[in-house]
Write a protein that binds this ligand. Structure first.
Ligand code: PLP
Length: 385
């Protein structure tokens, strides 16, 4: 079976892991963790980077750092991986789920302005509250779906107007740029990355928090440790112990050495799919916007006019031809733990969920493998009409 997206582990991963073992630095401190943080900082234009055990834990630490707690609300887009909502739930807060825009499949800045303008009010102490529940709006979390940055200038303009901090979920977007700005400089106060196995760069499992602001790095590093102060067992706050280990960081450092190569391969794969389906009516590509360069983490086709039966049939045809094919993220407002969350949805994320077909896009996908996928998809789409 030709997989959707698997790690490309053919660089210095083994060599660096062997160094970890022979040095005995295998746990949560070690030179590779420092190197990984420095390289991540460099790759994203950040003032600081804190490596974590996962993208989910980076998001949780970020929200906790911003003071998100029981009864609060965090605004998230409906189109994301479940982890975005889970990070809010881990703070015992409730997500408010709003739909995504057509151009980028990211948090819709227009809906955000509408929600904050019409459904929220300031209390006597100046806190911004969601009127139906009375909960305080503590943060806004844009997600860079498919590795393509959301419309951050529009989102940040609204966020600043209401004085709400932003945490971007850029899980799979390392290497992306927005209006020429690197990942940490797109306007969010904090940005989270994931280095899980299905992402562009993997450390086996892991994540990071980055920021362009000088402040916050030391506190977040402390929060994601056991919060020990001094040499004895003195701990000044409740630490999360969300650290990345030196073993994971060793793999991550080897992967980051190949970031440019991986971004190139992903862009080439995306461009070839786009070109190959261009002439098929009703067949769209994943979003691309002139002033923004996504990581092309995931490639595929979008068939907004196809019926559910036709999408199911496309999937079955792919699988029967030896190509892994699953549907894409089910919208967060439809997920069991979040069915009761406040929402402002317009059907867009549901449409993407139903009509997107991700296609194989590992960085070492061969030209012949991609040709096979293209032929199978083309003939299935041609038969639809
Ligand atoms: C992968 C992913 C995460 C979670 O990262 P983990 O490292 O798996 O915890 C969060 N958000 C998005 C959008 C993702 O794609």
């Amino acid at each position: 079976m030709l997989p959707l997206c698997v790690p490309n582990i053919s660089g210095n991963e083994g060599k660096y892991l062997a160094e970890c073992v022979s040095s005995t630095f295998v746990s949560s401190v070690g030179p590779f963790v420092d190197r990984f943080e420095a390289e991540t900082r460099h790759a994203t234009g950040a003032a600081w980077a804190v490596a974590t055990s996962a993208g989910t834990t980076a998001l949780h630490a970020a929200l906790h750092f911003l003071g998100v707690g029981p009864g609060d609300h965090v605004i998230i887009p409906s189109l994301s991986f479940i982890a975005t909502a889970n990070a809010v739930a881990h703070c015992h807060a409730t997500p408010i789920i709003i739909d995504v825009d057509v151009a980028r499949w990211g948090l819709d800045a227009g809906l955000l302005a509408e929600l904050l303008g019409r459904n929220c009010h300031r209390d006597s102490e100046g806190a911004l509250r969601y009127t139906p529940t009375g909960g305080q709006i503590k943060a806004i979390m844009p997600v860079y779906a498919m590795g393509l940055p959301a419309d951050m200038d529009s989102i940040i303009e609204v966020a600043r107007r209401y004085n709400v901090p932003t945490v971007s979920d850029a899980a799979a977007a390392i290497g992306a740029t927005y209006k020429g700005r690197q990942l940490a400089q797109m306007g969010a106060d904090l940005t989270a990355l994931s280095f899980n196995g299905n992402k562009l760069i993997t450390s086996g499992g892991g994540g990071a928090l980055i920021s362009a602001a000088e402040q916050g790095g030391r506190e977040i590093k402390h929060l994601t440790s056991t919060a020990r102060v001094g040499g004895a067992y003195d701990h000044d706050i409740v630490g999360f112990n969300y650290r990345m280990t030196n073993l994971q960081a060793a793999v991550g450092v080897a992967q980051l050495e190949r970031l440019a190569e991986f971004l190139d391969a992903k862009a080439r794969i995306a461009a070839r799919y786009a070109q190959s389906f261009e002439d098929l009516t009703g067949t769209l590509n994943f979003p691309s916007v002139d002033d923004t360069c996504g990581s092309h983490w995931l490639s595929g086709v979008y068939l907004p006019q196809a019926t559910r039966e036709q999408m199911d049939h496309l999937r079955q045809t792919l699988v029967a031809s030896g190509i892994e094919a699953r549907s894409f993220w089910k919208p967060l407002h439809m997920q069991a733990p979040y069915l009761k969350c406040p929402r402002m949805v317009n059907g867009h994320a549901e449409m993407i969920w139903g009509n997107v077909q991700p296609l194989p896009c590992s960085t070492h996908l061969t030209c012949a493998e991609q040709t096979h996928v293209i032929e199978v998809v083309r003939s299935a789409i041609e038969k639809m009409s």
